[in-house]
Design a protein around this ligand. Structure first.
Ligand code: NAD
Length: 503
């Protein structure tokens, strides 16, 4: 199997997966080579792009045993060995970056340019960043008569979603391997193919540097079966989960049975606040650019970015102008074939997500928000051969108030909610009026004021003006957006235990 209607270069990787990567070998699932498999669907409407085995509890057990067997040797490996593996994985991803990008694009619908830049290259950079972090990490310290030592926590279960599939896997696997842990990965059932390609890369890298077999293991399958079995497995010491807040609650509850350490990176409903140049004054320097960035942040990756600021808070006096600018700017965004390069928007990644985004748009209209532009795509909006895809137009709602469901729920689609505020106190209140606390953004000509405002937003990440994402700094959620931090040196903590030796 391959990609029937795609260019020959698309078949440079196997999309018809029969086996799991367990204990340093490709193994048949416990159910045998003819056991159940699930289809991976192209969200742009081209049908099946691949198949992966559906694992069960016996596969989880085999993978956990393999990870346990590899743990003593990997925990004892020196920093140089760990750095060598991380560097070799980064190089392996880079050498196959076009394959990764095409694969990710086909299975979750990100346009290939996005899939290359922010999905694949960012993943390689995360592995490189952990190789570098190992150089400076302080593993031991003396406190009075005690020696305080950091040790790897053990076997890690990594469970990941589909929206930035490879990059989010990298954030867990790179940090866990750097800490000296061994890993069992369960990728999203909707976009698992990139994880199988990553297993090939890890296999080559492990052989090159002599890492023990079982350092990294891969089992695909549903959250309810493979995910749940991993979370409750006695042989797993820590769980690192990225996904919805709803699933995160179930994971935390299940992990409590064996008192596992749980890292959760969950949903968000973040706010971007456009501040006037003077406190509550009449002007905003660079308002066009502020609106352009606000929309780009939500439309990029078809709104399926956990940190996107989908509530845009605008001073009362400038509200009508911002609505006008947003309408004009939204019309610059086009839907398009994700297999083609360009800045267009791809489809929503799954059928369930598509239904959910459209239901939110209907609900917003029913609640009294004003649909400025967007909504369900019509046949003329996309090429005819992609008509079966999950297409949602770049959408802007105005007159959104804090009590509306569209202002409170994570829509996870290309839907911007424009909200008014009276003064800065009101803006702080609205920004923080959420069960979530993942991210936020501030636009303000006065950087000092912007920073003061950023400090009042109760979230784990705040972007000021056109600030850039930095994979060497931590991210994570306040409130119901999660527990713990990923990325950078802070991202190591979840994978380490601390021991005090005193005498
Ligand atoms: P999801 O919660 O449906 O699934 C995530 C993963 O968890 C999948 O691998 C799934 O199979 C597994 N899973 C589901 N139920 C499980 C259970 N009971 N036990 C164990 N595993 C289970 O999320 P999704 O739809 O794949 O991804 C979108 C969500 O992820 C959004 O809410 C988004 O905000 C969130 N997300 C958060 C971050 C972050 O860093 N905070 C990053 C990306 C995505």
């Amino acid at each position: 199997m391959g990609f029937p209607a795609m260019s020959p270069s698309r078949s440079r990787f196997d999309t018809d997966r029969q086996t799991f990567w367990i204990g340093g070998a490709w193994r048949d699932p416990a159910a045998g080579p003819d056991g159940p498999r699930s289809a991976v669907l192209d969200p742009a409407g081209r049908g099946v792009v691949g198949r992966v085995p559906q694992g069960d509890a016996a596969d989880v057990s085999a993978a956990v045993d393999a990870a346990r067997a590899a743990f003593p040797a990997w925990a004892a490996a020196g920093v140089a060995d760990r750095r060598a593996l991380l560097t070799a994985i980064a190089a392996g991803i880079t050498s196959r970056e076009t394959d990764f990008a095409r694969l990710i694009s086909a299975e979750m619908g990100a346009p290939v340019d996005n899939a290359l830049a922010t999905q694949t290259r960012l993943a390689a950079e995360v592995f490189t960043s952990y190789a570098e972090i190992l150089d400076g990490h302080v593993w031991e310290e003396r406190i009075g008569t005690s020696q305080v030592v950091q040790e790897p926590v053990g076997v890690v279960a990594a469970i990941t979603p589909w929206n930035y599939p490879l990059y989010l896997i990298a954030a867990k696997v790179a940090a866990a391997l750097a800490a000296g842990c061994t890993v069992v990965l369960k990728p999203s059932g909707d976009a698992p193919l990139n994880a199988f390609l990553l297993a090939e890369v890890v296999a080559e890298a492990s052989a090159e540097v002599g890492a023990p077999p079982g350092v990294f293991n891969l089992v695909s399958g549903s959250g309810g079966t493979v995910g749940a079995a991993l979370v409750s497995a006695p042989g797993v010491d820590a769980v690192s989960f990225t996904g919805s807040t709803e699933a995160g609650r179930a994971v935390a509850a299940a992990a409590a049975g064996t008192v596992k350490s749980v890292g959760l990176e969950l949903g968000g409903k973040s706010a971007r606040v456009i501040l006037a140049d003077e406190p509550d004054g009449p002007e905003v320097t660079g308002l066009d650019e502020a609106v352009r960035l606000a929309l780009a942040d939500v439309f990029y990756n078809t709104g399926q970015t956990c940190t996107s600021c989908s509530r845009v808070l605008v001073p009362d006096a400038l509200y009508d102008e911002v609505v006008r600018l947003a309408e004009r700017e939204a019309r610059n965004w086009r839907l398009g074939d994700p297999a083609l390069p360009g800045n267009h928007i791809g489809p929503v990644a799954t059928a369930a997500q598509f239904d959910s985004v459209l239901a939110h748009i209907d609900r917003g209209t029913a609640e009294g928000a004003r649909l400025v532009t967007g909504g369900r795509a019509t046949p003329g909006d996309v090429p005819r051969e992609l008509a079966d895809g999950h297409w949602v137009l770049p959408t802007v709602f105005a007159d959104v108030t804090g009590d509306m469901a569209i202002a409170r729920a994570e829509i996870f689609g290309p839907v911007v909610c424009l909200m008014r505020y009276r003064d800065e106190e009101d803006a702080v209140r609205i920004a923080n009026d959420s069960i979530y606390g993942l991210a936020g953004a501030v636009w303000c000509a006065d950087r000092a004021r912007a920073e003061r405002f950023a400090r009042r937003i109760r979230t784990g990440l705040v972007t000021v003006n056109d600030g850039e994402f930095n994979v060497r700094a931590p991210t994570g959620g306040y409130k119901q957006s999660g527990i713990g931090r990923e990325l950078g040196a802070h991202g190591l903590h979840h994978f380490l235990e601390t021991k005090t030796i005193q005498w």
